[in-house]
Design a protein around this ligand. Structure first.
Ligand SMILES: *[C@@H]1O[C@H](CO)[C@@H](O)[C@H](O)[C@H]1NC(C)=O
Ligand SMILES: *[C@@H]1O[C@H](CO)[C@@H](O)[C@H](O)[C@H]1NC(C)=O
Ligand SMILES: *[C@@H]1O[C@H](CO)[C@@H](O)[C@H](O)[C@H]1NC(C)=O
Ligand SMILES: *[C@@H]1O[C@H](CO)[C@@H](O)[C@H](O)[C@H]1NC(C)=O
Length: 380
């Protein structure tokens, strides 16, 4: 009897061991399996993450912000060969929009640069110097350029502007700050402010400056969406008619009292002041213009006129002189603007006007604008 009990105990003892070993094996198996599972999942996850990284970097490559170059031209682009050389160094970090006179077509017969083919806006208007139509043309160009979400800066250029540096230098200079570059100063000297604009545009927001500026996307939208300042300009900012047109209109006895207002020299800067955005501006132009007061002897024509550089003026020394300017003085504000880029003192100008076609071709020929085409320039 006792033996039987012992035997049974032995049996259950053996049985217990078997169970323990089995369950141990089970646990080990589960652990191993889990490990294997986690490992494969981990690999999947790693793969997924790196794939996502790839996707992100791919989309980042695609989403490099662009600079939109907005040209206001009459007919053809006389300096297209200079710009052609410039854009060759631009990868895909730019877009071009041209506003020619209505009816003018850029095609292979009218431009030798492929960069200007298919780039003209389809709703251009007749632009008259000193008229509000110049502002309208700027807004048309901005509206087209804004439709590409990658366009991040908007550079206004005339058909007589040249670039002074290669594309990469120009791109870095403009993109290194989050501000617009707008020549803007208080206009206290000449009576260009028309009191009839009050109170919509108070006199303390009245500004003057060159139209050749660079806008951020935010400021470009402000210009395109403006419905308050523009109507005031259309109504009350008009240029003084030249003497030969006087008999067409009623002229007061003292012609110096006529408001002489050139809309494009006031509009963008006044609008941005009006919107309280001046903190977001570098208040100077990147386009050099040389002004000449001795241009005219007739008192009614006297005033500041932009100098046009002809073939004989277009020397490397001229370009060197313009490139070395590192500060601008604003008389009406007693403000000296020391130019900087990327937080360091730098020269002021990236573009210059006004150049004739022979002058610009000469500069290109003399490589006076540096190696515009970038590293391949020497191999041409
Ligand atoms: C420069 O030259 C190389 C080959 O010589 C060419 O692959 C490259 O596209 C050129 N780059 C430009 C900007 O012309
Ligand atoms: C002008 O171009 C825009 C796009 O740039 C297009 O949406 C529009 O339909 C065009 N208008 C005409 C009249 O062709
Ligand atoms: C450019 O330079 C070449 C010689 O180096 C000369 O023959 C040509 O006339 C020049 N063109 C211009 C527009 O100056
Ligand atoms: C572009 O111009 C800058 C300044 O003149 C110069 O330092 C740089 O090497 C040029 N880049 C190319 C690609 O030629």
């Amino acid at each position: 009897m006792k033996r039987k009990v012992v035997l049974q105990q032995q049996k259950s003892f053996k049985y217990k061991w078997k169970r323990k070993i089995l369950s141990l094996m089970f646990v080990v198996g589960v652990c191993f399996g889990t490990l294997l599972f986690v490992q494969t999942r981990y690999n999947d996850v790693v793969e997924l993450v790196s794939f996502q990284k790839q996707l992100v970097s791919q989309s980042q490559v695609k989403e490099i912000p662009k600079i939109a170059f907005l040209f206001i031209a009459r007919n053809r682009m006389p300096l297209e060969m200079v710009w052609d050389a410039f854009f060759r160094g631009g990868d895909s970090k730019f877009s071009i929009f041209v506003h020619p006179r209505p009816g003018f077509l850029f095609n292979k017969a009218t431009t030798r640069s492929t960069y200007f083919l298919d780039r003209q806006v389809n709703d251009s208007i007749q632009v008259d110097w000193g008229e509000a139509s110049m502002i309208e043309a700027e807004r048309i160009l901005l509206r087209h350029a804004l439709s590409d979400p990658l366009n991040d800066r908007f550079v206004f250029l005339s058909d007589s502007c040249i670039p002074l540096y290669n594309f990469s230098y120009t791109y870095d200079y403009i993109m290194s700050t989050s501000t617009s570059f707008v020549d803007s100063f208080a206009d206290t000297k000449e009576g260009r402010y028309n009191p009839k604009m009050h109170p919509v545009i108070p006199v303390h927001n009245w500004r003057k400056g060159s139209q050749w500026g660079v806008l951020t996307r935010k400021h470009a939208k402000v210009v395109v969406e403006d419905e308050i300042v523009l109507p005031m300009f259309r109504k009350y900012c008009k240029k003084k008619p030249l003497p030969e047109f006087w008999r067409d209109q009623h002229i007061p006895a003292d012609t110096s009292k006529i408001h002489n207002c050139i809309p494009d020299e006031h509009y963008v800067q006044t609008l941005l002041a009006q919107k309280g955005l001046e903190e977001e501006l570098t208040r100077r132009s990147l386009t050099h213009t040389s002004w000449d007061i001795s241009n005219s002897k007739a008192p009614d024509r006297r005033g500041w006129h932009p100098v046009t550089y002809k073939y004989s003026d277009a020397t490397p020394m001229l370009i060197k002189f313009i490139k070395e300017i590192d500060n601008i003085y604003y008389e009406t504000e007693y403000r000296r603007e020391w130019c900087s880029s990327k937080g360091k003192p730098s020269t002021c100008f990236l573009f210059a006007r006004k150049f004739t076609r022979p002058a610009a071709l000469r500069l290109l020929n003399l490589s006076a604008l540096g190696e515009l085409r970038g590293q391949n320039a020497t191999s041409r």
